[in-house]
Design a protein around this ligand. Structure first.
Ligand SMILES: Nc1ncnc2c1ncn2[C@@H]1O[C@H](COP(=O)(O)OP(=O)(O)OP(=O)(O)O)[C@@H](O)[C@H]1O
Length: 211
């Protein structure tokens, strides 16, 4: 599903993360690591937001460097602390993302309804609470038909009921469309509610498959 080839990310002189050669099969993975270990650096690099040396391939042949447009249509990302233009409404953000990701018409309706977002989705995002903002950003990451969804700290700021709904979204997308997930979190859910394939550890400026 995902392959790193001589991946190296530095911030100036600081060598933040290096992954020489690692191949991940399709599945759902938790990414672990202490504060500052490089989890967000890893996810932003895979999402195509940060420049880096080397290459990342999706499905064995779609290179983030050589086929950036098809790659980006197939890899979706929700940031740990999302920031959107204050004046746009949730509905307008959804329309923008749905267009960019070639989402099927009306795909968002299921997500809006199941997470109870009808009451605020038409308001400008500048008026949202942090939990509302998180829910919109999670919804945006599910639009289209991605092969891979990256969720950076998806559990922060959402309430317990929404957490169970997010688990359902992940399970559905994985089972029905074969979408893989990389989830970073400090509060790993060990309750068996997700069919997790493995855990990855970011440590000593590298990424290791641990189970
Ligand atoms: N824009 C930047 N410029 C310089 N250094 C950075 C930048 N972004 C991150 N770093 C450094 O890279 C390292 C990894 O940071 P990163 O944000 O990826 O860690 P993290 O594992 O996501 O941390 P946390 O769990 O605290 O969110 C840290 O040492 C951090 O200081």
């Amino acid at each position: 599903m995902l392959q790193f080839q001589n991946f190296k990310k530095s911030y100036g002189n600081y060598p933040a993360l290096k992954v020489e050669d690692l191949r991940l099969e399709a599945g759902i993975y938790w990414i672990k690591g202490v504060n500052g270990s490089g989890k967000s650096t890893l996810l932003k690099s895979i999402a195509g937001i940060l420049a880096f040396d080397g290459d990342i391939l999706l499905a064995d042949h779609i290179s983030i460097k050589k086929q950036p447009v098809p790659y980006r249509k197939l890899v979706n990302f929700a940031e740990a602390e999302p920031v959107f233009p204050d004046f746009l409404t949730g509905t307008e953000m959804i329309a923008l993302f749905a267009d960019a990701k070639d989402a099927p018409t009306g795909q968002q309706d299921h997500y809006i309804k199941s997470m109870g977002m009808q009451s605020f989705v038409d308001r400008p995002v500048g008026t949202y609470s942090s939990g509302m903002m998180k829910k919109i950003s999670l919804l945006l990451a599910f639009l289209g038909k991605p092969k891979l969804i990256l969720l950076d700290e998806p559990l922060i700021t959402i309430d317990t009921a929404s957490l169970a709904i997010l688990n359902n979204w992940i399970r559905e997308k994985h089972e029905q469309e074969g979408t893989s997930f990389l989830l970073s979190s400090h509060q790993i859910l060990e309750d068996g509610s997700l069919p997790v394939s493995g855990e990855l550890l970011v440590e000593d400026q590298t990424l290791k498959f641990i189970s």
